[in-house]
Design a protein around this ligand. Structure first.
Ligand code: SF4
Length: 104
């Protein structure tokens, strides 16, 4: 078995967007930020800013914090290859959609 990265690390934009589709876009903490021209949350921002820089660290406090927020888990694909993928964000909270739109 090779060496695994221990925290959520997104190898490219597609992998990051896939994660956001699975969790962030359905999460209460994902929001528009007026004036910033962006949407997201502080946890996502922290990973975008520091996951690449810290992915090979072992005990750096920043890495420990990122590990706590978005850990990783092993996933075995149908071809039998096991790969480490980002696990569910520890602060993921399913957004509550209204059952129906209020009438005008
Ligand atoms: S709290 Fe986690 S799942 Fe929710 S938007 Fe932030 S990074 Fe995504």
């Amino acid at each position: 078995m090779g060496t695994w990265l221990l925290m959520a690390y997104f190898a490219n934009g597609t992998e990051g967007l896939t994660y956001q589709e699975q969790y962030c876009f359905r999460c209460e903490h994902f929001e528009q930020r007026p004036g910033e021209g962006a949407e997201g949350c502080p946890i996502w921002d922290a990973h975008l800013l520091f996951a690449y820089e810290l992915c090979n660290e072992k005990e750096h406090p920043g890495k420990v914090i990122l590990d706590m927020l978005i850990p990783e888990r092993e996933h075995t694909f149908s071809n039998g290859i096991t790969y480490v993928v980002p696990a569910e964000c520890t602060l993921f909270k399913l957004k509550q959609e209204p059952l129906c739109e209020p009438s005008a």
